[in-house]
Design a protein around this ligand. Sequence first.
Ligand SMILES: [Zn+2]
Length: 299
Amino acid sequence: MTELVDATAPAEPIRWPDGYRAAAALTFDLDAEAVMLTADATSADRLMVMTHQAYGPLTGVPRLLALLRRHGLRATFFVPGFTAERYPTVIKAIAEDGHEIAHHSYLHESTRGMSRATEAAMIDRGLDALDRVAGVRPVGYRAPMWEMNRHTPELLIERGFEYDSSLMDCDVPYLLAGPESRDIVEIPPHWALDDWEQYAYLPELIGSGLIESPAKALEMWSWELEAMHAEGLCFVLTSHPFLSGRPGRVRALERLIELMASLGGMWITTLAEIAAHARTLGLTPRHFPRPEISEGNHD
Ligand SMILES: [Zn+2]
């Protein structure tokens, strides 16, 4: 039986391949209309909201693909099944450029408290859409809003996923233990490395009410990038094409890429490559027991 470490044990340091000292991945969540339709189905008839979201696949993605081409980089695109069905040409263009296409639900469903059966059906519907549209069987998954349930890792393991990128307890990849000595690689993201908190604004639907300067986003992400590089960690940036695909923001992203390249020894790659490497390291699977509140600890 696989030995499990306790929840308080820090993740093991990672040895990166080929002399690299740290890793960085650019990830793009292609939420498009799905995220707003889940929040409010009547959004389907609001053209401002729908076109704001359609900007991602229609205008942002081509600009981002050009950026990645200029720098010879491969990225990971997390695609809801609904987005794939609505924009097959865009999804195929992403795949043809050699980028990784990963699973990001069907309709960006709210998974908080979702039953096991409902969540299993949602994951299968997303898999079916990516297969039909792009002939892709994804190895990676990211939960909508990073909201994982206790049963989610097992559903992913049962379907042969190699990794998830939703949990936040450390800043290097690790093995998340599942049932029957099986496990899945976890590659942690973080809210501070997400463009949503900087740029998302839609009246009544989302956002803080602020639209931040790309200079501020670049400054925040650069601090984290430099420190993670120095410590040999795994920098995972989460961007949304409907937000980060705008011209000034792509410029900020380009400067971040230039910084990545200038740091030296930074492995800039896809999450699938990082997960495959993590698998070779013989890491001890970790689990995260449910915090139990005993009688007497609360009123
Ligand atoms: Zn999303």
